[in-house]
Ligand binder design. Structure first.
Ligand code: AMP
Length: 173
């Protein structure tokens, strides 16, 4: 499966100079979507994973079918203000400004091993924020998975120690 052929690329979105890799073009292609989830199952077949943490919102679409296939819990990492219960939160820098992600505190069971899932790794700041929350709860990061990686943005510097896995990488212009 050549994912590159399936992934829609949108220049200058959401702003000038950014090439946006749109994974919704995978979700509408049943064969490609199945390939992504089957690949995850194969990659992590020998890794002990107690649960999946999926990042809002495209990460939800990747994390949910994997959790269901593995019959393990799915926890949502959401943008601040969306979760009703007692939460743990982590703020991090974006290119412009700050963002905050939250997770229900009671869901992040200490001592368990979590796979953190998103659609794309750019600088790695988003995934690192979630990894920090996992560690603050005295749980463990079993791995990080994303369909697309942009290694030229040096995400290995931030999250390399969590052994990030991607199915396809792109180079900068
Ligand atoms: P980062 O925290 O820098 O790794 O950014 C990752 C988040 O931003 C992911 O949730 C992506 O969905 C989104 N993102 C960043 N850059 C792009 C891009 N070029 N194309 C599509 N999504 C992106």
């Amino acid at each position: 499966m050549d994912l590159d052929k399936v992934i829609r690329k949108v220049p200058d979105f959401p702003k000038k100079g950014i090439l946006f890799y749109d994974v919704t073009s995978i979700f509408i292609n049943a064969k490609a979507f199945k390939h992504v989830i089957d690949s995850m199952v194969e990659i992590y077949k020998d890794t002990k994973i107690d649960g999946v943490i999926a990042i809002e919102s495209r990460g939800f679409v990747v994390g949910a079918p994997f959790a269901l296939k593995k019959s393990i819990p799915l926890v949502l990492a959401r943008k601040k203000g969306k979760l009703p219960g007692d939460t743990i939160e982590h703020s991090y820098s974006l290119e412009y400004g700050e963002a905050t992600l939250e997770i229900h505190k009671a869901d992040l069971t200490p001592g368990k091993k979590w796979l953190i899932v998103d659609d794309l790794i750019a600088t790695g700041g988003t995934l690192e924020a979630v990894a920090r929350m996992v560690e603050r709860q005295k749980a463990e990061v079993a791995g990080i998975f994303s369909i697309i990686g942009l290694p030229f943005l040096k995400y290995e510097d931030k999250i390399g120690r969590y052994k990030p896995v991607t199915l396809i990488n792109y180079k900068g212009e």
